[in-house]
Design a protein around this ligand. Structure first.
Ligand code: 26W
Length: 758
């Protein structure tokens, strides 16, 4: 099984390796004897930040689960020299600096110069007829870049299995050395050589927005081409010849469309190199690939200009045309005389600049298409891929995301893990459904007391982290209200902020008000080119400045933005959270996985019926979940009808008060117009994510949250029940479903002979 992904957000490896290998006791002791704390040592490791957000972290959780389930599975991707940028805050604004994570070397990787493959770009295609009368295609005059393998071990949890993540680095070919002899320009020869190695230099920092850059297309093809050469080498080594059983021996999962060029690439290899006929090659290809969709946001869907695609990959463009011709023939056979349907389904978008629709390619070239939560998979069938679902209903399925309980509970929350294991043993680490056995303990006052003590200690740790990162002091007894994820309009950090400003106005108007003290914590990176997201970060800082410094509030409200959110910071935040903000407009968040990390660490969720929130609520019980807002169906209706945010603005004084605070310039002294685009986006540009529509419902819900928090016994009961019922959201469950229903792959457990004592 091969998991192809442009992103793997691994975070740190040391603690995870020690845990999975069962070396915690010995490693801790060894460090102690040397006069160190293991934790302090762990803090020196750079995060491997080779991803943006949810999709990249999901890939990392999947690798952990595949190894733990002893599946014969490989991760394949790119060894970026620079991962996701470091976020710093200067004057309340995001500043990006390069993540030079390899600066001091990387002890976890093994260089494999023996796995070195040529990858071709550009050039021309010519055709000729063979001696045997067959039409052959020749892709010539290409530029060649070498792909060199770097392997990182992926240890399973205490099962003697170590899988492999193979990442490719670009290396120039010797031809670049000979370049000098062609033009006699030594400096240019060296710079051309260096230029050719830029392919694996840097991760594109966009999350959920497509940018059609030539270098990005080259990255996608570079790693796909090297990976397929490696897969074919391994297949040929172990098979008895012939490709008939290729789909039985090989499963390739495409993590979104980013590696979808693998489809025409496998076709090219089978047709042009292995000389198979089209029909046979196509059956093998479709039988091999599965495609996972992770977003329906139109601006995130990959649509490459045909001119660019054909320039970089001319032979692949030809193959796409032929795939499309045959596909549309099939559509026509099923629905004669429906030109509109052909236009909708084509692999090529024809209005305006002609483009390749990578999502359509991925659906046509895969035997399985899945969404990442039940709601999202239904939306795929009913909307984004509706026509395709009518044609091939059997291809569509759901695989609700999950998270690895090793990193996201056992490793990041040792205190809670200890408390749990004291009562139900340690099997939950491998079998998260075991957490159910905590349910009766929710009624035990002494257990609840211990549960609260653990949470408080984790909040103290988080408060210390807040202080050291921001110099802001927060009270661990206040409600820790957390929204941490990429900054994006659809995730509605602004809605959260409107609540903060409404609270602020309320406290200013009612100085003696007895409210539940809150610490509202934000963290997340904005794509460097996403102006509105960056402005939202500035607004959060402006609000923090205003709120935190106001003596009238005497600590009843604090706002904090933690810089440089990533895997390691998440490991600090999740255990210390009371409230998890999962407030995207219904129908926009494919799944979410942060929602699962919070709930597994005992935070309660305030959320919409979006993504996996729906299933989390079903599992933990509606009485243990704070629900608000329109449903996805209501959002769609409302959008079809068209709605007027001004009306809501005029009729709701609380909302008006909060928005006026932003619009008046009061939060940005000296720059009165700074935040005007934010207010204009809501009032003048139609409020596409319906913040105003959900505002009232959200505020009411936050009041229910505060009321619930006052009753600490009841809150703790809910917290315990949330954790007890999270078993379904283990990525072990998710991976078992992929293995059984899509890949047809079974565990290959490793048993070692008993170790000799020395
Ligand atoms: C080409 C630019 C680009 C880059 C990344 C477009 C889209 C992406 C990703 C697909 C965005 C992403 O990370 N999606 C998230 O995937 C998670 C794992 O399935 C889900 O939990 C999140 O809801 C979804 O936003």
């Amino acid at each position: 099984m091969y998991y192809l992904s442009l992103e793997f957000l691994m975070g740190r490896a040391l603690g995870n390796a020690i845990l999975n290998l069962g070396l915690e006791g010995r490693a801790t002791q060894a460090m102690q004897e040397l006069g160190y704390r293991l934790e302090a040592l762990e803090d020196w490791e750079y995060d491997a930040g080779l991803g943006n957000g949810g999709l990249g972290r999901l890939a990392a959780c999947f690798l952990d689960s595949m190894a733990t389930l002893a599946l014969p599975a490989y991760g394949y991707g790119i060894r970026y020299e620079f991962g996701i940028f470091f976020q710093r805050i200067r004057g309340g604004a995001q500043v990006e600096t390069p993540d030079n994570w390899l600066r001091y070397g990387n002890p976890w990787e093994v260089e494999r110069p023996e796995y070195l493959y040529p990858v071709h770009f550009y050039g021309q295609v010519s055709s000729r007829t063979d001696a045997d009368g067959a039409l052959r295609f020749l892709w010539a005059d290409t530029q060649v870049i070498m792909a060199m393998a770097y392997d990182t071990p992926i240890p399973g949890y205490r099962n003697n299995t170590v899988n492999n993540m193979r990442l490719w680095a670009a290396k120039s070919t010797r031809e670049f050395d000979l370049d000098y002899f062609n033009h006699g320009d030594y400096e240019r020869a060296v710079s051309d050589k260096a230029q050719s190695e830029t392919i694996s230099k840097v991760l594109y920092p966009n999350d959920n927005v497509f940018e059609g850059r030539e270098l990005r297309l080259k990255q996608e093809y570079f790693f796909v081409s090297a990976t397929l050469q490696d897969i074919l080498r391994r297949f040929k080594k172990s098979s008895s010849g012939g490709f008939a059983d290729f789909p039985d021996q090989v499963a390739v999962q495409l993590n979104d469309t980013h590696p979808a060029v693998a489809i025409p690439e496998l076709m090219r290899i089978l047709l042009d190199q292995e000389r198979l006929g089209w029909e046979e090659a196509w059956a093998i290809t479709v039988g091999t690939f599965g495609y996972t969709n992770h977003t329906i946001l139109p601006e995130a869907l990959e649509r490459w200009p045909v001119s660019l695609f054909g320039y970089v990959l001319p032979r692949h463009l030809q193959i796409l045309y032929e795939i499309n011709r045959r596909f549309l023939e099939q559509v026509t056979a099923r629905w004669p005389n429906e030109p509109e349907r052909l236009r909708r389904m084509s692999l090529f978008e024809e209005d305006g600049e002609k483009k390749v629709r990578m999502a359509h390619l991925a659906v046509v070239g895969s035997h399985s298409v899945n969404g990442v939560s039940s709601l999202h998979s239904e939306i795929l069938k009913a909307q984004l891929f509706r026509d395709f679902y009518e044609l091939w209903p059997e291809r569509f399925n759901n695989k609700t995301n999950g998270i690895t309980p090793r990193r996201w509970l056992r490793l990041c929350n040792p205190a809670l893990s200890r408390l749990i294991s004291e009562r139900i043993g340690e099997d939950w680490v491998r079998d998260l459904d075991q957490l159910r056995r905590l349910e009766p303990l929710a009624e035990d006052p002494r257990f609840r007391e211990s549960w609260r003590e653990v949470k408080l200690a984790n909040k103290q740790r988080l408060a210390e982290c807040v202080r050291s990162l921001t110099a802001i002091t927060v009270d661990p007894r206040s409600l820790f209200d957390c929204q941490v994820k990429r900054i994006h309009e659809y995730k509605r950090q602004l809605l959260n902020l409107l609540h903060v400003l409404a609270l602020y106005n309320h406290l200013k108007a009612n100085p003696g008000a007895q409210v539940v003290p809150r610490t509202v914590i934000f963290a997340g990176k904005a794509a460097p080119g996403y102006a509105m997201a960056k402005l939202i970060i500035r607004l959060i800082h402006a609000a923090a400045e205003r709120v935190n410094d106001d003596p009238d509030l005497d600590g009843r409200l604090k706002v904090v933005f933690l810089p440089n959110y990533g895997v390691s910071l998440a490991e600090r935040i999740m255990p210390g959270a009371d409230l998890s903000e999962q407030i995207s407009t219904a129908g926009t968040e494919a799944s979410g996985t942060g929602n699962m990390k919070f709930a597994l660490n005992g935070a309660l969720t305030i959320g919409t019926l979006d993504g996996a929130n729906v299933e989390i609520r079903e599992e933990v019980g509606e009485e243990n979940f704070f629900l608000f807002g329109l449903t996805a169906a209501e959002v769609a209706q409302q959008q079809a009808r068209g709605y007027d945010p001004r009306e809501l603005f005029d009729s709701n004084p609380t909302l008006r008060g909060a928005l006026d605070l932003i619009a008046s310039g009061a939060l940005s002294p000296g720059q009165p117009d700074l935040f005007v685009p934010i207010v204009a986006g809501l009032l003048d540009h139609g409020d596409p994510y319906m913040l105003l529509e959900d505002f009232d419902s959200y505020l009411n819900c936050q009041q229910r949250v505060a009321a619930a928090y006052r009753d600490q016994e009841a809150w703790t009961r809910m917290s315990i029940l949330n954790v007890a019922r999270m078993g379904r959201f283990s990525s072990d469950r998710t991976i078992r479903e992929y293995a059984d229903e899509i890949w047809g792959v079974r565990a290959a457990p490793v048993s070692l002979p008993p170790r000799k004592r020395s």
